[in-house]
Write a protein that binds this ligand. Structure first.
Ligand code: ZN
Length: 135
């Protein structure tokens, strides 16, 4: 089986151990209202995502970093490419962009946090293993 890169696994919200199973239960475009639904463990290799209750609270810090980048990026674009519009434009546009990107920020925060602090290392054998062949 071809080795899966960590970059594409994070980009596609795949399990850090097998890089095959999903972290989130529904594709965002299929069920946008359930974008927070996260598997407790990998549906492919069975590794537990949530190491302890409230583990993903730490993803808040990653989320904060993403949100600040979006906030400053939006303000930068408004200032440089839209000729520094009135304050009201900043006050309405910046939060609107942040809110629109909220599901994306939420998911990438959890994925990045899980990869960075989940303590789960990549195991290519877990990827080739069938989901329920331990009978
Ligand atoms: Zn897995």
């Amino acid at each position: 089986m071809q080795k899966k890169s960590v970059g594409s696994a994070i980009l596609n919200h795949k399990c850090p151990r097998c890089r095959t199973g999903d972290i989130f239960q529904y594709p965002f475009l299929q069920k946008p209202t359930k974008f927070t639904a996260t598997y407790k463990s990998c549906p492919h290799c069975g590794v537990q995502y949530e190491q302890e209750p409230g583990f993903f609270v730490g993803a808040m810090y990653v989320s904060y970093a993403f949100t600040m980048a979006i906030l400053l990026g939006t303000a930068f674009i408004l200032y440089n490419f839209f000729g520094d519009p009135d304050l009201i434009v900043y006050i309405t546009t910046v939060p609107a962009v942040v809110l629109l990107l909220l599901p994306i920020v939420f998911r990438y925060s959890r994925t990045v946090f899980l990869y960075g602090f989940g303590g789960i290392s990549y195991n290519p054998e877990a990827a080739s293993k069938a989901p329920a062949d331990n009978s």
